[in-house]
Ligand binder design. Structure first.
Ligand SMILES: NC(=O)c1ccc[n+]([C@@H]2O[C@H](COP(=O)([O-])OP(=O)(O)OC[C@H]3O[C@@H](n4cnc5c(N)ncnc54)[C@H](O)[C@@H]3O)[C@@H](O)[C@H]2O)c1
Length: 328
C-alpha cells in the first residue's frame, strides 16, 4: 500500500521501520521541519519518497492510500479528519484527541468516510498482554491496579515546544505516558462509569503547565473498581506494572513478565521491536495487523470507538479535582 507519514520526530523512527518491515511502500514524508524528512530519507533509504512541509498539499498531490499521524497531540484531530474526508486510511498516534469537541469532530468524519481509522494503542499487541488476556478470558476480573513510575526531566520537556503545555499536549503524565497503562486497564476490565482523581505538578513547577503526577480510582456501576497511579517525577523509569484479581487468578504483569497465582509464566514468541524499550514492543505488530485488516477487508479492533475510551477517562480525571465525576 502507498503510505505517507506526517511528523518525522521521535515516534516516526518506530513507524517507518515497522512499515518497511511489513512491506508497505513509503511514498511521502511530511514535517514542518524539512531537514527531519531529509534525514529520514538517508537513514531508511527512502530516496523514492517525496518530501513535504504542508500536509494538506501532500494529501492532495500524492493521494496516499494510508497515512500515519505522528505529530504533537493538538494536531491529531485535524489531521485525522483531513485524511478521513479524503477517504484515506489513517493510523493515529495516541492520544486520538485532547478534548471532547475534537472527539466529536473525528466521530463525524469517521461516519462520513469509507476509510479506516486505527489508533496506536500498541501495548495491547505485546505478547505478554495477549497471553494474559487469553489467561483471564471468561473470568470476571474483580479489581485492577496500574502503576507507572518514570523520569521526565526539564530537558525532556524542553525538547519540543508542544510538550508540557495545556494547549498542545493537552495534559501531562496521564495523557502522554500513562495513557497506555490506563488503556490496558480498560481493555482488561471494561469501561468504568465514574472517577475520583487528583493531579499535581510536583517536580517541574515553572517548567510545565501540566501534571507530572496523577492518581485515580475508577468506579463501575456494579461496585468494581480499578486504580491507577502515575508519575514522571522519579529519577529513574521503572517497568510499568499491572495487577488483576479474578475469583481464581491473581495476575501481575511487570514489563514483559507475567506472574499468575505466584508462578512466573513462559511467554512464547517475540515481537519485532524498534525504538525505546519504554514504548513497549507492540508497534510493529499493530501496524502489521492494521494493513492485514485492510488487505482482508476485516475490521481493525482499535478503531475510533475503542481509541476514544481512554481519552474520555483521562478528561474525566482532569475534571475531577478530588470529586467523583461521571465519565462522559
Ligand atoms: N505510542 C507510543 O508509545 C508513543 C511513544 C512516543 C510518542 N508517541 C506519540 O507520538 C506523537 C509524536 O511524539 P514524538 O515524541 O515523536 O514528538 P516529536 O516532537 O519528536 O515529533 C513530532 C514531529 O511533528 C512535527 N510537526 C509538528 N507540527 C507539524 C505540522 N503541522 N505538520 C507536519 N509536521 C509537524 C515536528 O516538527 C516533529 O518533528 C505524540 O502523539 C506522542 O504522544 C507515542
Amino acid at each position: 500500500m502507498k503510505v505517507a507519514v506526517i511528523g518525522i520526530g521521535c515516534i516516526a523512527q518506530v513507524h517507518i521501520p515497522s512499515l518497511l518491515h511489513c512491506g508497505q511502500e513509503i511514498v511521502a514524508l511530511c514535517d514542518c521541519e524539512r531537514e527531519k524528512c531529509e534525514k529520514a530519507v538517508q537513514k531508511y533509504g527512502l530516496e523514492k519518497s517525496r518530501i513535504y512541509t504542508d500536509y494538506i498539499r501532500m494529501l492532495d498531490e500524492v493521494k496516499p492510500e494510508s497515512v500515519h499521524v505522528c505529530t504533537p497531540h493538538y494536531l491529531h484531530a485535524e489531521m485525522v479528519c483531513a485524511c478521513l474526508k479524503r477517504n484515506i486510511n489513517v493510523i493515529c498516534e495516541k492520544p486520538l484527541a485532547i478534548s471532547l469537541e475534537q472527539l466529536g469532530e473525528i466521530e463525524k468524519a469517521v461516519k462520513e468516510s469509507s476509510a479506516t481509522l486505527g489508533v496506536c494503542h500498541q501495548r495491547r499487541y505485546e505478547m505478554v498482554m495477549q497471553e494474559m488476556k487469553r489467561c483471564l478470558a471468561g473470568d470476571e476480573i474483580l479489581t485492577g491496579n496500574g502503576n507507572l513510575c518514570w523520569s521526565r526531566n526539564e530537558a525532556y520537556y524542553r525538547s519540543g515546544e508542544w510538550r508540557g503545555t495545556v494547549a498542545q499536549e493537552g495534559g501531562g503524565v496521564m495523557i502522554n505516558q500513562a495513557l497506555h497503562t490506563l488503556d490496558l486497564l480498560l481493555w482488561f476490565m471494561g469501561m468504568p462509569s465514574a472517577v475520583v482523581a487528583n493531579t499535581a505538578n510536583n517536580t517541574l513547577q515553572g517548567v510545565i503547565e501540566v501534571e507530572d503526577t496523577a492518581s485515580a480510582i475508577f468506579y463501575f456501576d456494579d461496585g468494581k473498581r480499578f486504580v491507577i497511579n502515575a508519575t514522571n517525577g522519579c529519577n529513574y523509569s521503572f517497568h510499568v506494572s499491572l495487577q488483576f484479581m479474578s475469583k481464581t487468578k491473581n495476575v501481575t504483569i511487570v514489563g514483559e513478565t507475567a506472574i499468575v497465582n505466584g508462578e512466573a509464566q513462559k511467554i512464547a514468541g517475540e515481537n519485532p521491536f524498534y525504538g525505546k524499550a519504554e514504548w513497549g514492543v507492540g508497534h510493529a505488530k499493530l501496524i502489521d495487523h492494521f494493513y492485514e485488516c485492510l488487505a482482508k477487508g476485516e475490521k481493525f479492533p482499535i478503531d475510533f470507538y475503542e481509541g476514544q475510551k481512554v481519552v474520555r477517562l483521562i478528561l474525566a480525571m482532569y475534571e475531577s479535582k478530588s470529586k467523583k465525576v461521571e465519565v462522559k
